[in-house]
Write a protein that binds this ligand. Structure first.
Ligand code: AMP
Ligand code: ZN
Length: 120
């Protein structure tokens, strides 16, 4: 199996991140390829706070791991590359999963926090 590709993009109506990926809502792009789109979080919690999202719509990281583990690996590699460029490779990777855990957008996204020494 290979990671998801753009020509089979699965989207969901009224999904904020599907609209950002489609360019219908503006964002500050950091990186893009056929599988993922990475952009600055609008409310940064670190000097560098980037969201990495698969172009295909999955509701959370558990669903992504089940349905496309290669895409999850690709997200981690993208985070690593962002952190290599920004801060010598150190980064924090967060997937809020479920409303009670703080997930507010139900299109899976990795929070990549880097660019400075982070609090424990
Ligand atoms: P979560 O709470 O884990 O679902 O994360 C959602 C993240 O999306 C939050 O950190 C928000 O600051 C961020 N966010 C919401 N709307 C936008 C937007 N239009 N552009 C960039 N980031 C956004
Ligand atoms: Zn979506």
């Amino acid at each position: 199996m290979t990671a998801d590709v753009k020509n089979s993009v699965k989207t969901e109506a009224d999904c904020l991140f599907c609209k950002i990926i489609a360019g219908e809502i503006p964002s500050y792009k950091v990186y893009e390829d056929d599988v993922v789109y990475a952009f600055k979080d609008i409310n940064p919690k670190a000097k560098v706070h980037v969201l990495v999202v698969p172009k295909n719509h999955y509701k959370n990281v558990a669903e992504l791991a089940e349905q496309s583990p290669e895409t999850l690996v690709h997200i981690v590699e993208t985070a690593k590359n962002i952190a290599n460029d920004a801060f010598g490779g150190s980064f924090r990777l967060i997937f809020n999963t479920g409303k009670e855990a703080g997930q507010s957008v139900f299109h899976v996204h990795a929070h990549v926090l880097t660019g400075e020494v982070l609090d424990e």
